[in-house]
Design a protein around this ligand. Sequence first.
Ligand SMILES: Cc1cc2nc3c(=O)[nH]c(=O)nc-3n(C[C@H](O)[C@H](O)[C@H](O)COP(=O)(O)O)c2cc1C
Length: 196
Amino acid sequence: MKLQVIIGSTRPNRVSDRVAKWVANEAKNLPDSTVEIVDLMNYDLPLLDEPISPQYNPDRKPNPVAVRFLTKLSEADAYVLVTPEYNRSYSAVLKNALDYVDFQFKQKPVALVAHGSTGGAQAVSHLRGVIPGLLAVSVPQAVFLVGRVDEFMDESGKLNDEVAAKPYGPQASLKAMLESTNWYSDALAKARTSGS
Ligand SMILES: Cc1cc2nc3c(=O)[nH]c(=O)nc-3n(C[C@H](O)[C@H](O)[C@H](O)COP(=O)(O)O)c2cc1C
């Protein structure tokens, strides 16, 4: 699987970057997989600036930053969206980035890792309504990190030992979610190449 982990926050002092590193480090344990972090900080996308909905514009000419972003996305066959919860939903910067997507996610799995004071369940719930719009498949499992991430995860993405050791804690949830993402990625990649 070629997995991209997308950082859904561009805020100064954000913690989503360390969560993305945590996800990427665990994903490196999957067999036959490569993992790459895609940081929206590196793509200064304007608020969607196109005259026609991207999926319905055969003559689409995205702005140069969007071309670079979409080209990057098209290299992967599975995605993890790392999102904070802001005001009971996912981040606006992630929504804007997803609105640029036309067919890059089509028939590919998208998994969700959320974090926030209350864990990000509403961010995940809202993203699950968005993923079909991208023609993608939502991975059933999701990961929720409750509370202040910087209190239990360091800048390199390492969970503190106590949290990491919990049998049904976030490390176990992440492993299960990534294994499921890999399963969907393989199944969907086969189906895409068989033309079914
Ligand atoms: C504008 C704003 C609104 C927030 N609203 C919520 C919320 O509704 N629910 C929640 O659980 N956490 C909320 N939080 C806390 C963030 O989810 C939490 O700090 C998160 O780790 C921020 O991610 P970031 O540092 O990568 O941007 C909010 C934070 C901000 C900045």
